[in-house]
Design a protein around this ligand. Structure first.
Ligand SMILES: NC(=O)c1ccc[n+]([C@@H]2O[C@H](COP(=O)([O-])OP(=O)(O)OC[C@H]3O[C@@H](n4cnc5c(N)ncnc54)[C@H](O)[C@@H]3O)[C@@H](O)[C@H]2O)c1
Length: 325
């Protein structure tokens, strides 16, 4: 397998490191910033189309800013190149359908990097919860992202290029895990605000959302905490509760049933250590002709819910997009 990576920033480097450890050939890298690809011992490009045309990789890892995901995914799928795209799948409702259509029309495999699905703690909690009836769930993400973070990429903090703030970027994993257990929400009532970062970013630094559906759930997420805290997802069941503290702890009725995982921490600790698990499974699926579980439709679930929350402004919004008030 010959892999390529587009976007060699914070997370593109993590993908490159994992590929090297897993013995997967990195044939080419692409970044508009020449400094980002400098020193890489493979073909180096500044233009994505040229890289696809000349290299024809088996897989391209899309690690670019959010607004570029949809077009890059579609271009690669149209050329029959397998795609592993970083989250979020995209940032516009209309792009979901475009991507899913391109995926359907292509023989290539689209995977979305929602690596927290592969955390041992997530897998254990899902096993435990499969035996119980979940009545309600709540996720809270308290992280620290400051002006320096937002200055580290000109796409950050803007509606056009990031597509939102803490919800569609940092809390998308929390939303994904809530949806995985509770099912797709039918409605959302949400408020977003900009508290500490009002003068720094256009997008929200804080969101509070209540999702209606078969199993209702809520989410509070903020980038205004003084440091990164473990993200908590609490599932209320008829006999108590199961709490997952991302990335690596599970408590059942207050008793710690799992702590710690063996994976290497890459990037920020709050990312967890499951990029290596997800990437290994993606390549194993390709090699074995097995379906990769986190496909375009799976990646779209949290994006739809997040876009509904942005449309809400405190009113209940059906996830078809219609206001019910
Ligand atoms: N799964 C996770 O836990 C996780 C963690 C961090 C980031 N991410 C995601 O990874 C993606 C990238 O985030 P990041 O923090 O690495 O951003 P970044 O700004 O550090 O890196 C983005 C890179 O893309 C390059 N780029 C921009 N436009 C380009 C273009 N047209 N062609 C080629 N290269 C281009 C930039 O020069 C930069 O080097 C985002 O989607 C983000 O949400 C995921």
């Amino acid at each position: 397998m010959r892999a390529a990576i587009v976007g060699l920033g914070v997370i593109g480097k993590v993908h490159a490191e994992v590929l090297a450890e897993q013995g997967i050939e990195l044939a080419a890298v692409c970044d508009i910033d020449p400094a980002a690809t400098e020193g890489r011992d493979c073909a180096r490009y500044a233009d994505f189309d040229e890289m696809l045309e000349r290299e024809r990789p088996d897989v391209v890892h899309i690690c670019t800013p959010h607004w570029l995901h949809a077009d890059m995914i579609i271009k690669a799928l149209k050329r029959g190149v397998n795609v592993l795209a970083e989250k979020p799948l995209c940032i516009k409702e209309e792009d979901i359908a475009r991507i899913l259509n391109a995926e359907r029309a292509s023989d290539a495999v689209l995977g979305v990097c929602l690596q927290n699905r592969y955390n041992p703690s997530t897998l254990l909690a899902r096993e435990i919860l499969a035996e119980k009836r979940v009545k309600y769930a709540f996720g809270s993400l308290l992280w620290h992202r400051d002006a320096a973070y937002y200055a580290s990429g000109d796409w950050r903090g803007k509606w056009a290029t990031e597509g939102g703030g803490v919800l569609i970027n940092q809390a998308i994993h929390t939303l994904d895990l809530l949806i995985l257990t509770c099912g797709d929400p039918r409605s959302v009532t949400a408020r977003t605000s900009s508290l500490a970062l009002r003068d720094v970013i256009e997008v929200e630094d804080t969101v509070c959302a209540s999702f209606g559906g078969k199993v209702p759930f809520g989410l509070y997420a903020t980038n205004t905490a003084a440091c990164d805290m473990p993200t908590e997802i609490r599932f209320a069941t008829e006999d108590g509760d199961t709490v997952v503290l991302l990335p690596d702890r599970v408590l059942v009725n207050g008793v710690l049933v799992q702590q710690g995982e063996k994976g290497k921490v890459r990037g920020k600790r709050v990312y967890g250590s499951s990029h290596e698990r997800l990437i290994a499974d993606y390549y194993a699926c390709l090699a074995e002709g097995r379906k990769f579980p986190v496909d375009g439709a799976e990646g779209a679930r949290s994006v739809r819910a997040a876009l509904g929350a942005y449309a809400s402004s405190g009113k209940e919004v059906l996830l078809s997009g219609q206001s019910v008030h």
